[in-house]
Design a protein around this ligand. Structure first.
Ligand code: SF4
Length: 283
């Protein structure tokens, strides 16, 4: 069985020292080992941005895609290689701006992949512009007077879109993050894990200390029930989406590939027509 070190390669990340993305890379490697994967059983597909480099920094199959398109590629990889574990990754600009249409439809399609968003609330690769996750009043080169737009709440959008697994973590909490990635990989269906990942170079507002002061760990809410979708939505709205942990999981809904013809001995397509597979093939 592979150890987490076997998911390392000899490429040195060129992220800035202190960037939150380092911990997310380590958490993916640890989670992959902890769930018993081998490097040849994992594919990491990324979009564009500082975080998009991650697919090159993990010893596994990898594809550094185009801006906002990690999810279409990742879904195609999974549907063509159903025995692979597929992780898609990218930043909040990649997934929640140019890629938001793909994100919503991937969520409702429920293909069995894990999507890890490295949410630094700014565009880092292009040297610091306001992103869809930046708060009102956020000053950057693109909003010198402060942003007048509201920050997107992607986890609320995910719940409203029929998500079956929604989680959030902080790059500094590598124990929680590793556990959530393990749960996401093991979940049957699409798992969304948003990770607060500070950009130490360009975001001087949402710093490590700011997140520590504002995050509410769901472990402090002993009565929280992650199978309750209404509770999940209400808790996100009441806390400004600053909760971390497993926010919602639906274990009843089957994944896309388990509902599609050819992925099970008796897929629903046959059952609904009351045909055997060979009868269906000969239609
Ligand atoms: Fe990380 Fe920001 Fe540096 Fe990009 S610019 S590597 S997000 S610290």
């Amino acid at each position: 069985m592979a150890t987490f070190k076997e998911f390392r390669n000899n490429i040195k990340p060129n992220w800035c020292p202190g960037c939150g993305d380092f911990s997310i890379q380590a958490a993916i490697q640890r989670a992959a080992a902890n769930v018993g994967l081998e490097p040849e059983g994992l594919a990491v597909i990324s979009g564009i941005g500082c975080s998009g480099r991650i697919s090159g920094y993990i010893n596994a199959y990898g594809l550094h895609g185009i801006h906002g398109r990690a999810l279409p590629i990742a879904q195609g990889v999974k549907l063509a290689n159903r025995d692979l574990t597929v992780i898609a990754s990218g930043g909040d600009g990649d997934g929640f701006a140019i890629g938001m249409g793909h994100t919503v439809h991937a969520i409702r399609r429920n293909v069995n992949i894990t999507y890890i968003v490295m949410d630094n609330q700014i565009y880092g690769l292009t040297k610091g512009q306001t992103s869809p996750r930046s708060g009102e009043g956020f000053k950057t080169k693109s909003t010198p007077e402060g942003s007048i737009e509201s920050a997107l709440s992607p986890l609320e959008v995910a719940l409203a879109s029929g998500a079956t697994f929604v989680a959030q973590s902080f790059s500094s909490d590598i124990k929680q993050l590793t556990s959530l990635i393990e749960q996401g990989i093991q979940h049957e269906g699409f798992s969304l894990i948003n990770v607060f990942s500070p950009c130490v170079t360009f975001n001087k507002v949402n710093t490590y200390d700011w997140f520590k002061d504002n995050i509410i760990n769901l472990e402090t809410m002993p009565d929280y029930d992650p199978s309750n979708r209404v509770l999940a939505m209400n808790t996100l709205m009441e806390t400004g989406s600053m909760i971390t942990g497993l926010i919602y999981q639906n274990t009843e809904k089957r994944s896309y590939e388990n509902l599609v013809y050819g992925f099970k001995e008796e897929p629903l397509a046959h059952q609904s027509l009351e045909l055997t597979k060979s009868e269906f093939d000969n239609l």
